[in-house]
Design a protein around this ligand. Structure first.
Ligand SMILES: [Zn+2]
Length: 488
C-alpha cells in the first residue's frame, strides 16, 4: 500500500493516511437530496471522490465506498406536493438522472447508494440509543432532539462556537427545544406527509441521523474517511459526530474528514435555493463528459471553483483539447506501418517518462493535487508533440510509443480523463441497467452531433459482448455473453 497524505479538516493538518483495518478503507460521502435536477456543483464532489477511490484502489487499498441518498426531506415533500406526486417517486426520478450522469462522467467507484428510507429500523435504533444514553430528549409532540449541551465537542470540526447560535443570532426559538442549537433526530408526523411508526409515535427521520445510522450499519461505529462539500461541515457533520459518538460511546467516529470546495457562480455557492444554477445535464449534453470532468480536476479539490456558465466550459474545452491532442498524435503514429518503425526514444525522453509517472503519483499522494498532475501532463504533451514532429518522429517503434503514452495511461487510470473501455460492472450494479445507461448516453451523444463519442460507446459495448441494433429512434441490445443478465 502506497503511503499518502490527506488534509484532515478536524485536525486542520496534512496527515499520513492509516486505515483502521488495512487494506480496507471505509469511505462515506454525503450524497444528494434529489428534489430537483442536479447542477454542476453536485458533480464536483462526485468526481473528486471518484479520483480518491481510484487512487486508493491503485495504491493497494480496498475501499468500500458508500454514498447516501436523502429521499425523505422537507424540500422533497414540498416539491412533490406542488407537482402532485409522491416524494419517494420524485426522488427516484431525479436519482435515475444522477446515475446516468455518473455513468457518463466515468464515476463507477461508488459501491452502494443506500436510500434513507431503506434504513428506518437503524435510524430508530440509533435515536433510541441516544435517548437511553442521555444525549437526546423527547418533546411533547413526539419529536426527538439531540441535546447539544451534553456534547462538549460540538463545534470542533467547523470551529463554530455554540454561543454564536444563541437567540438573537440565527436560530428562531422553537418551544419544543431545550436550547436553540439542539437539532431534530426524529420529526413527529404531520398529516399528509410520509411517516413511520416509532417508540415516540409516528414520524420521520431528521436530516443528520440517516448518515450515521447508515454508516453504523455498513461501515461500523468508527470508519476511515468521510467526505462532502465544505458547506456541510456545519451543522451537518458536527451533528454526525455528536450522534455517532454519543450513540456508540466510541471515538473518533471518523479518522479523516475531507471537504471539497464549492463551485461558485456570480461569487456565491451554486445553489438551487439561490437560483444561480447550471444543470449538470446541460453541461454534459453541450460539452460531453470529459470536458466537465477535466474542469473539475483542473483545480485542487479544496479550492473554490469559479463557474461563469458556457464561458467557463468553452475555456475548459479548449484546454482539454490541448491536453488530449498529443495523446491522439501518439495513437496516429501507431497506425503507421510498424515495419518501417524501429527507432528508440532519445535516452533522456525515456527516463523522463518514468520520472514523470513517479512525480504524478507523488502529486496525488500529497493531498490529491490533481491540478499539478494536469499541469505536468501539459508539459509532457509539449515534449511528445515536438518529438513526433521531428524527422525521427515518424519512425518510432511501438515500444517507444508505449513509453510516450505511459503518463497518459497513468492519468487515465487515476483521473479518468478520457473515455474508457468497457463499462465496468461493479458492486451491486445490475448489468442491464448499466447497458441501458450506456445506450441512453449514446443517443444523447448522437443528438448533440458527437458521432465519435456515439461510436465509442457502441465499440465499448461490443468489446463487452453487447451488440446494438438501431431501428428508427429505438435501440435494442443483445448479449453474446454466457453470463448475460446475471450480476457481476
Ligand atoms: Zn450527509
Amino acid at each position: 500500500m502506497r503511503e499518502f497524505r490527506v488534509y484532515d479538516t478536524l485536525s486542520r493538518e496534512l496527515r499520513t493516511f492509516r486505515p483502521i483495518t488495512p487494506p480496507r478503507v471505509g469511505l462515506f460521502v454525503c450524497g444528494l437530496t434529489p428534489y430537483a435536477e442536479a447542477h454542476v456543483g453536485h458533480g464536483r464532489v462526485a468526481v473528486v471522490f471518484d479520483v480518491v477511490a481510484r487512487a486508493l484502489t491503485a495504491w493497494g487499498y480496498r475501499p468500500l465506498y458508500v454514498q447516501n441518498v436523502t429521499n425523505v426531506d422537507d424540500r422533497l415533500i414540498e416539491r412533490a406536493a406542488a407537482e402532485g406526486t409522491d416524494p419517494l417517486a420524485l426522488a427516484e426520478r431525479h436519482m435515475a438522472g444522477w446515475l446516468q450522469a455518473m455513468e457518463e462522467l466515468g464515476v463507477r467507484s461508488v459501491n452502494y447508494y443506500p436510500r434513507a428510507t431503506d434504513y428506518i429500523p437503524e435510524i430508530i435504533a440509533q435515536v433510541a440509543a441516544l435517548v437511553d444514553r442521555g444525549f437526546a430528549y423527547v418533546a411533547r409532540d413526539g419529536s426527538v432532539y439531540f441535546d447539544v449541551g451534553r456534547f462538549p465537542d460540538y463545534g470542533r470540526l467547523s470551529g463554530q462556537r455554540v454561543e454564536a447560535l444563541r437567540p438573537g443570532a440565527r436560530l428562531e426559538v422553537d418551544p419544543r427545544k431545550r436550547a436553540p442549537e439542539d437539532f431534530v433526530l426524529w420529526k413527529a408526523a404531520v398529516p399528509g406527509e410520509p411517516s413511520w411508526p416509532s417508540p415516540w409515535g409516528p414520524g420521520r427521520p431528521g436530516w443528520h441521523i440517516e448518515d450515521t445510522a447508515i454508516t453504523g450499519r455498513l461501515l461500523g461505529p468508527r470508519y476511515d474517511l468521510h467526505g462532502g462539500g465544505v458547506d456541510l461541515k456545519f451543522p451537518h457533520h458536527e451533528a454526525e459526530i455528536a450522534q455517532a459518538e454519543g450513540a456508540s460511546g466510541e471515538r473518533p467516529f471518523v479518522n479523516y474528514w475531507m471537504h471539497v470546495g464549492l463551485v461558485e457562480m456570480g461569487g456565491t455557492k451554486m445553489s438551487k435555493s439561490i437560483g444561480n444554477v447550471y444543470p449538470l445535464r446541460q453541461a454534459l449534453d453541450e460539452y460531453g463528459p470529459w470536458v466537465v470532468r477535466f474542469y473539475y480536476l483542473n483545480a485542487h479539490y479544496r479550492s473554490p471553483l469559479g463557474f461563469q456558465g458556457s464561458e467557463t466550459l468553452d475555456e475548459s474545452r479548449e484546454a482539454y483539447r490541448r491536453l488530449a491532442a498529443p495523446r491522439e498524435a501518439i495513437r496516429r503514429a501507431r497506425a503507421r506501418d510498424a515495419g518501417s518503425r524501429e527507432r528508440d526514444l532519445p535516452a533522456g525522453v525515456a527516463a523522463g517518462a518514468e520520472a514523470l509517472v513517479d512525480r504524478l503519483d507523488a502529486h496525488l499522494a500529497d493531498d490529491f493535487h490533481t491540478r499539478e498532475v494536469i499541469a505536468e501532463l501539459f508539459g509532457w504533451g509539449r515534449t511528445v508533440t515536438e518529438l513526433l514532429a521531428s524527422p525521427s518522429g515518424a519512425s518510432l517503434s511501438d515500444d517507444a510509443l508505449d513509453t510516450l503514452e505511459r503518463p497518459y495511461e497513468w492519468a487515465q487510470r487515476m483521473l479518468g480523463l478520457w473515455p474508457e473501455t468497457p463499462p465496468v460492472l461493479v458492486g451491486e450494479a445490475d448489468a442491464s441497467a448499466v447497458i441501458e445507461a450506456a445506450i441512453a448516453a449514446r443517443a444523447r451523444a448522437r443528438a448533440r452531433g458527437d458521432y465519435a463519442e456515439a461510436d465509442r460507446i457502441r465499440h465499448d459495448l461490443e468489446r463487452a459482448g453487447i451488440t446494438l441494433e438501431d431501428r428508427g429512434n429505438e435501440t435494442t441490445w443483445q448479449s453474446n455473453r454466457e453470463d448475460a443478465g446475471r450480476r457481476p
